[in-house]
Design a protein around this ligand. Structure first.
Ligand SMILES: [Zn+2]
Ligand SMILES: [Zn+2]
Length: 174
């Protein structure tokens, strides 16, 4: 399994396969990922060690064909959706309000957040969830799995369908 051979960095394009990660989802084991514009964004939750503790919590339920456990995607975890709640994200944004770099203030009408802000806050909040208190140094940045990015973009879509790739540079300083 790809999760067992993951060594902390992607060896993109170095295999015998000439397939591109941006055009096919052969790299996805959770069945929930989509192709994103750049190869570094095309990574499955099964390829990110920090997501393993969540993926591993899914235990098989024999003879239940309706259960999604076989796909074992972090986005199916019972706590995942709670981290995308608009009210929760709003509170999280305001608790870091001095530090959001690209969007320091709510940009929506009446002091609300716009979808671009919800997406950015959700990326950060989900990272916190994956990390479970582990501190990320500058050299130890983890990619956000494409399955997670896709769910966040579906919930908080861009009007023009144009998305800025997830960048650590946009996140607040801690
Ligand atoms: Zn996947
Ligand atoms: Zn996944």
């Amino acid at each position: 399994m790809s999760t067992e051979t993951y060594d902390g960095e992607l060896s993109l394009g170095s295999t015998s396969s000439s397939k591109s990660r941006t055009s096919e989802t052969f790299w996805c084991s959770c069945d929930r990922c989509v192709c994103l514009p750049t190869e570094s964004e095309c990574i499955c939750c099964h390829e990110v060690p920090q997501a393993h503790h969540i993926v591993d919590k899914f235990s098989p339920v024999p003879d239940n064909n309706d259960c999604d456990y076989q796909q074992k995607c972090v986005t199916f975890h019972q706590d995942f959706d709670a981290h995308l709640n608009a009210g929760v994200l709003d509170t999280y944004f305001r608790s870091h309000s001095n530090n959001w770099r690209r969007f320091p203030k709510p940009k929506g009408p009446g002091g609300t957040l716009i979808n671009a802000q919800y997406r950015l806050v959700a990326y950060r909040f989900i990272l916190d969830w994956l990390l479970q208190g582990e501190m990320l140094g500058r050299k130890k940045r983890i990619p956000l799995p494409a399955c997670i990015v896709n769910v966040i973009r579906t919930k908080y879509p861009a009007d023009d369908g144009e998305y800025v790739g997830f960048k650590y540079a946009d996140l607040p300083t801690v």
